[in-house]
Design a protein around this ligand. Structure first.
Ligand SMILES: NC(=O)c1ccc[n+]([C@@H]2O[C@H](COP(=O)([O-])OP(=O)(O)OC[C@H]3O[C@@H](n4cnc5c(N)ncnc54)[C@H](OP(=O)(O)O)[C@@H]3O)[C@@H](O)[C@H]2O)c1
Length: 281
């Protein structure tokens, strides 16, 4: 680790709990690799303290912070400005504090999702076929937005609680988003070019995602944004039948780049060495 000076730039991640966050390892790796005089630390903030904590960042001259569960929506009214993505998603995962002490809320999940696909499924394009997105939470919303921005001609959004998927489709108000039936998941896969799991199913401690991939075309890409475990049962089934399978860690690593560049400068790279380090190697 580089020694700190009187000019050390500071950032961190605000969450509750926050001890499980991989972000300090990600940013710590880049600070070290790029030789930047900076530090990135966890900020455990209980929900009632969120406003004081965020205003405290400004008072302390901190460059900014990532925001994770359960604060992504709660910080919205505290921001002085929201970028278009954060406004559209109603969630902030990156706060940048400008030189005037103004709090700017951003959301980099969609960027991370697309950059991860580009890096790990370079043959995928929106022209490969419709995208099937499983889920109806914050991650599904970010990914639907990113796929629309990327020009995906058809998105089939399928969630256990259909009303949540319908609310996302209504908020985007784009005819390219169609809501499917959770009980007939397989019927959405027929001519798909991309299948993305944004539910928490398949995560350690959660039930498995039960899905029969038989109808999925062989050239479709399968992406699970769950990254604990790294190789989910969904990714294993996809790989076993010859589909390109993309894990969720890359999305986390790529989304982190935007915050890092705003707070510390430099050009952080998502490399195998970073993946290895973040996984504890
Ligand atoms: N790789 C990354 O960078 C990244 C970024 C963000 C999130 N994530 C991961 O993505 C997942 C979702 O995050 P989120 O913020 O969208 O969470 P969320 O808002 O809580 O949404 C959870 C989703 O999982 C579904 N779900 C939960 N239990 C289910 C069950 N038993 N059967 C069927 N569906 C179930 C929910 O369906 P209902 O609507 O029916 O409850 C909902 O669609 C988490 O595992 C998170 O760690 C990864």
């Amino acid at each position: 680790m580089s020694p700190h000076s009187g000019k050390t730039r500071l950032a961190g991640v605000i969450g509750w709990p926050v001890a499980h966050s991989l972000s300090p390892r990600i940013h710590g790796f880049w600070l070290n690799e790029l030789g930047i005089d900076g530090a990135y630390v966890p900020f455990p903030v209980e929900p009632p303290a969120i406003e004081d904590a965020v205003k405290g960042l400004v008072a302390l001259g901190i460059a900014g912070a990532n925001v994770t569960v359960p604060h992504k929506e709660a910080v919205i009214p505290i921001m002085d400005e929201l970028d278009q993505t954060a406004r559209r998603l109603g969630a902030v995962n990156t706060i940048v504090i400008d030189h005037g002490g103004r709090l700017i809320g951003r959301n980099s999940d969609g960027y991370g999702f697309i950059e991860n696909l580009k890096a790990n499924a370079p043959d995928w394009s929106t022209r490969t076929g419709p995208a099937v997105v499983l889920g109806g939470g914050g991650a599904a919303r970010a990914i639907v937005g990113a796929l629309l921005d990327a020009g995906t001609p058809e998105i089939r959004l399928v969630n256990r609680t259909r009303a949540r998927a319908e609310a996302i489709a209504a908020d985007f108000g784009d005819p390219r988003v169609a809501v499917g039936d959770w009980d007939r998941l397989g019927s959405a896969l027929g001519d798909a070019g991309l299948l993305v799991n944004t539910t928490s199913l398949g995560m350690t401690g959660q039930p498995p995602l039960e899905i029969d991939l038989a109808p999925l075309p062989a050239d479709a890409v399968v992406n699970d944004i769950v990254y604990v475990p790294l190789e989910t049962a969904l990714l294993k089934s996809a790989r076993d039948r010859g589909n390109v399978a993309v894990d969720g860690l890359g999305m986390l690593l790529h989304q982190a780049r935007l915050g890092f560049m705003s707070w510390f400068g430099g050009e952080p790279v998502v490399s195998d060495a970073l993946r290895h380090f973040v996984l504890g190697g």
